[in-house]
Write a protein that binds this ligand. Structure first.
Ligand code: NAD
Length: 367
């Protein structure tokens, strides 16, 4: 029972304050007792088009951690899609649970029904814990899903295109920092040799770079060492190796107070999402240390570009490749503005993304 002095909703729920702070348009909580589905779909901004971003299935430590992840990732997709020149807004979804134990056809199809009910405002694809095969299950219930296998006319795994974009973005950063975009003889520390890391190493090997690698999974490292001429180091050691370029391709927040003390690299260019522990503090710290940091959402957009071609009609690899290669120029543009203005490259990239969104919003303001 509430009294006049008690609010109807407990202040500690705090959800609307969080949504307000990051500026989301809509957040949908999906629940189904029968399948155990607990999902959160976060729609950040749909000025450029339907909100697009993958679904992550993860055993979050708490529901608030899941919400925070969905909100943060959806906002990141707004900037990524805008900077990639796509006609897509930003969104992301999380399913709470261990993908190895809880993922069933029924759960995925129930989730697909929730997406269907949004009538195209959100389009999903795969992210951590989800596969192309899972997209097929979701597609049984909704057409607002991409990243389907190539045998279904889809774009398949986005990792190859993400690796290509990371590679060309790294070359652009090398051009800025070293005066040449050749990576021959450059020492590159690749952290995480998963789907993207492996293909990136293939590009770097072909260019005769000297490559350090690390991964928490020994079998991944073994596979890479059997395929390429690489130097394997421990997961902590990767921050201390004498590298020209540090390429974070595993998890987020690896650029922080601790690692910035240790990194010797002049360039940071990798595919991981949310690399800066704090965008303002550590983006600025990179600049002050003379490190050319390539904003994550600019360099890792190859995957979503690949998916966007599938959404646009039918998958077109040539178009996706050409558009992904444009990441070279986009990185160059961001780094040039950051250099001219002596400002944090991450903040500069975010402003450029907002600029595009606002310019398009003005066009949409008239009939
Ligand atoms: P993945 O899961 O295939 O590979 C990540 C690898 O990093 C795994 O092998 C994992 O064992 C390793 N790893 C995890 N923690 C580590 C640690 N502490 N130290 C060293 N290695 C560690 O993922 P992926 O698809 O290759 O994606 C890599 C990163 O790029 C992720 O942050 C992802 O969100 C981001 N990203 C991927 C794509 C894509 O198309 N796959 C697109 C954009 C962004």
């Amino acid at each position: 029972m509430t009294t006049e002095t008690q609010p109807l909703v407990a202040a500690e729920s705090n959800i609307f304050a969080q949504i307000d702070e990051l500026g989301h348009e809509q957040v949908v909580f999906c629940h189904d007792r029968h399948t155990g589905l607990k999902a959160i779909i976060a729609i950040h901004n749909t000025v450029l088009g339907p909100a697009m971003g993958g679904t992550r299935m993860w055993a979050y430590s708490s529901e608030s951690a899941a919400l925070e992840d969905a909100l943060r990732l959806a906002r990141g997709m707004t900037f990524k899609n805008a900077m990639a020149g796509l006609h897509l807004g930003g969104g992301k979804a999380v399913i709470i649970g261990d993908a190895r134990k809880m993922k069933t056809e029924a759960l995925l199809r129930m989730y697909g029904k929730f997406i269907k009910n949004l009538n195209g405002k959100y389009i999903t694809a795969e992210d951590m814990g989800m596969t192309e095969r899972d997209m097929e299950d979701i597609a049984q219930e909704t057409s607002y899903v991409a990243g389907l296998p190539e045998y279904r006319g889809g774009s398949g795994s986005p990792s190859g295109m993400t690796a290509l974009g990371t590679y060309v973005g790294m070359k652009a950063a090398a051009k800025k920092a070293f005066g040449t975009d050749s990576l021959e003889g450059k020492t590159i520390a690749v952290q995480g040799v998963g789907s993207v890391g492996e293909i990136l190493i293939e590009y770097l090997s072909k260019e005769h770079a000297k490559i350090y690698v690390t991964d928490v999974f020994e079998e991944r490292v073994k596979k890479i060492a059997s395929r390429f001429n690489v130097i394997v180091v421990g997961t902590e050691e990767i921050y201390d190796v004498p590298a020209d370029i540090y390429s974070p391709c595993a998890m987020g927040a690896t650029i922080n107070d601790n690692t910035l003390e240790r990194l010797k690299a002049q360039v940071i260019a990798g595919c991981a999402n949310n690399q800066l522990a704090d965008e303002d503090i550590h983006g600025t710290a990179c600049m002050r240390k003379g490190i050319t940091y390539v904003p994550d959402f600019v360099i890792n957009s190859g995957g979503v570009i690949n998916i966007a071609t599938e959404i646009a009609g039918s998958y077109n690899r040539a178009w996706a490749t050409a558009k992904t290669e444009e990441i070279y120029d986009r990185v160059m543009q961001v780094l040039t503005v950051a250099e001219q203005q002596q400002r944090n490259a991450q903040v500069v990239a975010t402003e450029l993304a907002w600029q595009r969104i606002q310019n398009i919003a003005r066009i949409k303001a008239t009939y």
